[in-house]
Design a protein around this ligand. Structure first.
Ligand SMILES: [Zn+2]
Length: 396
């Protein structure tokens, strides 16, 4: 999730059409997408995602068509909600919304807590399995016991911070870096997550924070939705080669994200500028509130920013460039996918517009010469290996 609505330049009609063979392949292969922002969208504007919903990038019907097996639902809270003291409440409501979806169509959907339950929950009817990832550790507050609470509700990864630095770690978009990495509390959070079997997610973190996580975590770590900085020089939100290699060396996995703002260098520079200017704007609003004046909202800021910064049209080949590069750098065992569907306001590459489109990705990867065995690892095999390793370490 980036809280950044954006206007797309006119994107030509879909010219990527997957072959029947690629469509068959996704039905056989295990596909795990580690970042889908459906719960946040549900709370903003409810839809019945058991049915096909044209204005959503995730719904159960499209997920089945695209062969998606395990969809990590992002339990996202914004730094503003943390500041207002409402982050924990919002996180519980988002989890409730996922549980409600599973209850509404149990023949098509189930919630997965343990990777070992995959086959049994999937069942003969091929249910779509929903897993939970928490984006922003803000709902933990300063209370370590909340980790166990959220683990019990099904949360299996936590992105430690989002666009602002928080109590746990510094974020990559944040001009303020109070901790120069993890805070002392953040170190305890990582150790407790290892003990509870919750994957540590380094997406959104500053370089210093990622370094600290890699030093402290005893378990392999993930980047649930990140790009490779090689393609977007200076964009700290994407991973440097050095950090990506360290994640791989520790047995972890880098889940390549699809959003145009992460794969296009100009859009990435705009994203950095957006968060810098937004931080200034929010500081001004805080001062205005202190003076007893009416403060403006993030929506007010976006209404001015967005028309001036349209997102460029991008192509599926740019996502494949990222995956290709990551495989060459890290090896085929350390790369996966984390789309950010429903989290980038539609700023997605042509041919990768919803969870129905994984066959297009398969076809494009095959066209680059990747074997079906490699593609299976990238689509989900690698993430499941890491999830199992993190769970096993916690049991030990
Ligand atoms: Zn995000």
């Amino acid at each position: 999730m980036r809280t950044l609505p954006c206007l797309l330049l006119l994107v030509p009609a879909l010219s990527v059409a997957a072959t029947p063979d690629a469509r068959d392949f996704v039905q056989q292969a295990l596909i795990v997408d580690t970042h889908i922002d459906a719960p946040t969208e549900l709370l903003k504007s409810w839809r019945d995602l058991c049915n096909e919903v044209p204005d959503r990038e995730f719904d159960v019907v499209k997920a089945r068509r695209g062969g998606l097996d395990v969809a990590f639902m992002s339990i996202y809270t914004a730094p503003e909600e943390d500041a207002a003291g409402t982050a924990r409440q919002k996180a519980h409501m988002e989890i409730d919304s996922v549980e409600a979806m599973a209850a509404r169509c149990p023949e098509s959907v189930a919630i997965i807590h343990e990777p070992g339950d995959y086959l049994h929950l999937r069942g003969a009817q091929g249910r779509v399995l929903l897993a939970l990832g928490m984006e922003n550790g803000a709902p933990i507050g300063d209370d370590l016991s909340q980790l166990e609470r959220f683990r019990d509700r099904g949360v299996r990864y936590i992105t430690l911070a989002h666009s602002h630095s928080n109590r746990i770690a510094d974020g990559s978009y944040s001009p303020e870096r109070p901790w120069h990495g993890l805070s002392p509390f953040g170190e305890k959070v990582v150790a407790e997550m290892n003990a509870l079997g919750i994957m540590v997610d380094v997406s959104h973190l500053s370089d210093e924070s990622v370094e600290d996580v890699l030093r402290v975590s005893k378990a392999p770590v993930i980047a649930s939705h990140s790009g490779m900085r090689h393609f977007t020089p200076g964009f700290e939100r994407n991973l440097s080669d050095t950090l990506a290699k360290k994640i791989a060396k520790g047995g972890g996995v880098v889940q390549i994200t699809f959003g145009s703002g992460f794969i296009d260098p100009k859009a990435a520079a705009d994203t950095t500028a957006y968060f810098r200017e937004l931080a200034k704007f929010q500081h001004e609003q805080t001062l205005a509130r202190a003076r007893g004046e009416a403060a403006k909202s993030v929506d007010d800021f976006d209404a001015i920013w967005d028309p001036a910064h349209p997102k460029p049209a991008t192509r599926i080949s740019q996502v494949v460039d990222q995956i290709d590069y990551a495989i060459r750098l890290l090896g085929e065992d350390h790369v996966g996918i984390g789309s950010d569907f429903d989290g980038v306001s539609g700023a997605l590459p042509e041919g990768l517009n919803s969870v129905a489109d994984y066959p297009n990705l398969v076809q494009a990867l095959r066209a680059r010469g990747h074997s079906d065995a490699t593609i299976r690892k990238v689509l989900g095999g690698n993430l499941m290996r890491v999830w199992k390793a993190v769970a096993a370490l916690a049991r030990d």
